[in-house]
Write a protein that binds this ligand. Structure first.
Ligand SMILES: *[C@@H]1O[C@H](CO)[C@@H](O)[C@H](O)[C@H]1NC(C)=O
Length: 213
């Protein structure tokens, strides 16, 4: 069987294309190559990034599922291109600083970044933090629509709100204990304190009246 030049070229193109295609799993990133890859991606693209630590059990447990999320989303049929990636926060200082910059609660944490701006941490990139239960389905939905997620601003406002409530509770507690203490003191003074000087009655009274005269 002889192949035409066209067929050979088509086969070669297919071979090259398949080797260039992103592998199934999540893309490992460092802070510096993340910056490069992010600026090379297109406006409107979505980045799903896991911050993990190799020593964390929950991270290891979810690793295979996260690769499954990547396989689902690294797909030409996705209406919006999603880049599923992961950052080992123990890689170096820059990675840890990046993790801290988002104020993330712990490992693993997942953020969804909608690219509206060239910089990874640029203010106009909409950043959501995953807050759902850790399942492939929830994570895929989160990457597609920010369902199960909160923006960094919302999280910040919530934290402040909680702080406010905390503060108010404390004020109420202090005020009521001061009141209770005052009440106890008042009762104690009534019971054991110096008795009010009552006008004496009887002969002494008579003496006093005499003296006055
Ligand atoms: C980014 O850098 C890290 C650390 O050097 C490396 O492990 C990773 O493969 C790189 N990622 C890409 C997509 O080049």
């Amino acid at each position: 069987m002889r192949m035409s030049i066209g067929t050979i070229v088509a086969l070669l193109v297919a071979l090259v294309a398949s080797s260039v295609r992103v592998e199934g799993g999540a893309i490992p990133l460092s802070a510096s190559n993340a910056t490069e890859l992010f600026s090379a991606s297109e406006l409107g693209d979505v980045w799903l990034i896991e911050f993990f630590s190799p020593g964390c059990g929950h991270c290891r447990k979810f690793a295979a599922s996260y690769d499954a999320v990547a396989e689902r989303l690294h797909n030409e049929d996705e209406p919006v291109r999603v880049h599923v990636a992961k950052v080992d926060v123990n890689l170096g200082r820059a990675e840890k600083e990046w993790f801290r910059a988002y104020g993330l609660p712990g490992y693993p944490s997942f953020v969804r970044i909608e690219k509206h701006h060239a910089e990874l941490r640029g203010g106009s990139n909409l950043i959501h933090v995953f807050s759902g239960s850790r399942s492939v389905e929830a994570m895929v939905n989160f990457a597609r629509s920010a369902e199960h997620g909160k923006t960094l601003d919302e999280r910040e406002r919530e934290k402040q709100g909680d702080g406010g409530k905390h503060w108010r509770t404390k004020i109420v507690l202090v005020a009521s204990s001061v009141l209770a203490l005052a009440l106890v003191l008042l009762i104690a003074i009534q019971m054991f304190g110096p008795q009010p000087i009552l006008p004496e009655t009887g002969p002494a009274d008579a003496v006093r009246t005499k003296k006055k005269q």
